[in-house]
Design a binder for this molecule. Structure first.
Ligand code: 5GP
Ligand code: ZN
Length: 132
């Protein structure tokens, strides 16, 4: 059984932020910033590629509600919401989870990708691969 399934069934403790019949949210053990929270579906799916549409749409509502609760209780003005799907993307626990990472002044978190030169030919080529 995976680590997060063990947290769901209570074998491993967590700092629970929210729970309902389909989802659990708890503090990330390694807090990127204060209030860093993970939101997971109780049904084991490895990553976004495996997520069904019904769970996906419910999950966004749960993420939004928890984000607003963190905003209110921790007095946030900004947040990053992040999912790593696949090892190459940095996923280390292969049970789907979204990170809610509160942002604070001078928190030294750098998530924005580097800017690149604009290449319209490459953009057209990529789009035709996606659409065709
Ligand atoms: P990933 O790199 O897969 O997107 O994120 C996995 C996250 O799970 C990491 O941020 C890591 O700190 C967190 N994590 C790993 N083990 C545990 C644990 O036992 N409990 C909690 N609460 N978080 C964990
Ligand atoms: Zn699992």
């Amino acid at each position: 059984m995976c680590l997060f399934c063990k947290i769901i069934n209570g074998e491993i403790p967590c700092y629970k932020v929210y729970e309902d019949s389909d989802f659990l949210a708890f503090l990330d053990i390694s807090q990127a910033t204060v209030g860093h929270t993970l939101v997971i579906p109780k049904k084991h799916v490895a990553n976004i590629f495996e997520l069904d549409s019904e769970t996906a749409s419910k999950m966004l509502v749960v993420i939004k509600n928890i984000t607003n609760k963190l905003k209110e209780k921790l007095n946030l003005s900004a947040v990053n919401i992040l999912n790593n799907s696949g090892s190459l993307a940095g996923q280390t626990v292969h049970h789907l989870h979204f990170h809610i990472i509160p942002r604070y002044e001078n928190d030294n978190i750098h998530l924005a990708p580097d800017a690149h030169e604009i290449d319209h030919e490459a953009l057209k080529n990529t789009l035709s691969k996606i659409l065709n």
